[in-house]
Design a protein around this ligand. Structure first.
Ligand SMILES: O=c1ccn([C@@H]2O[C@H](COP(=O)(O)O)[C@@H](O)[C@H]2O)c(=O)[nH]1
Length: 245
């Protein structure tokens, strides 16, 4: 297992950042993503590369962000047969990323295969399972045949993720209490759906403010549009960080 907290040393990565904030660089190209990164301080936050940016810019964007001194969460949410998923996370490890994730709903064998591949690597990124997307509410789960509250499915998938040997889960900050009770305090929680007071909720459904998330005990909070779409992104990030101290 490769457990880290935001104050722990992250062997093999750029640096260890004593901050829970991970800024989502959701941009259509490398130029815009790097312009945003240039406004951020790699001592104060990490960055996340997701499907849009990675599809457009490829591994070069990870390398460029590493050169700027950022630790990178590669948020590609792999979900495939065990062999394919395992090879994908292995390729992510070879990029030197700090964190990579898979969909927990891919099941135990898929997650165990991913764990085994990461464990063979010299550089072992944190391996995280996505439970229920923070954009989903009860009605969305009903649409896919799950007539239950998101919390129920989150707890079920968090236990499966832990039993499959992963380091933590993506969930809403609203569910951190549940995860702590079910999986203990060493198990990491990575929480998108963070909305500072007064900011647009957009497509997110299960949200908390940064301060509420910190008080709930999240390890890492992923924040995109409230920073990247702000009139002054650097100031927006600074205000969020100030509210956490
Ligand atoms: O359940 C999930 C999993 C991933 N995300 C990602 O986090 C960011 C959130 O961005 P905002 O602009 O702050 O909404 C985005 O990149 C998502 O792909 C998530 O929101 N929920």
């Amino acid at each position: 297992m490769n457990k880290q907290s935001f104050s722990a040393d992250n062997a093999g990565s750029i640096r260890s950042v004593s901050s829970p904030v991970v800024v989502a660089l959701d941009y259509p190209d490398q130029t815009q993503a790097l312009a945003m990164a240039a406004l951020l301080n790699p001592h104060q936050c990490r960055v996340k590369v997701g499907k849009e940016l990675f599809t457009a810019a490829g591994p070069a964007i990870v390398e460029a962000l590493h050169k700027l001194g950022f630790e990178v969460f590669l948020d590609l949410k792999f979900h495939d047969i065990p062999n394919t998923c395992a090879k994908a996370v292995a390729a992510a490890a070879d990029l030197g990323v700090w964190m990579v994730n898979v969909h927990a709903s891919g099941g135990r064998r898929m997650m165990e295969a991913a764990r085994n591949e990461i464990d063979k690597k010299t550089h072992k990124p944190l391996l995280i399972g996505v439970t229920v997307l923070t954009s989903m509410e009860r009605a969305d789960l009903a649409d896919i045949g799950l007539d239950i509250e998101p919390r129920v499915q989150v707890e079920r998938l968090a236990k499966l993720t832990e039993n499959s040997g992963l380091d933590g889960v993506v969930c809403s900050a609203q569910e951190v209490d549940l995860i702590r009770a079910a999986c203990g305090k060493e198990f990491l929680t990575v929480t998108p759906g963070i909305r500072p007071e007064g900011s647009e909720q957009g497509d997110q459904r299960r949200v908390l403010t940064p301060r509420q998330a910190l008080d709930a005990g999240v390890n890492y909070m992923v924040i995109g549009r409230p920073i990247t779409q702000a009139a002054d992104p650097a100031l927006a990030c600074e205000r969020i960080l100030a509210g956490l101290s």
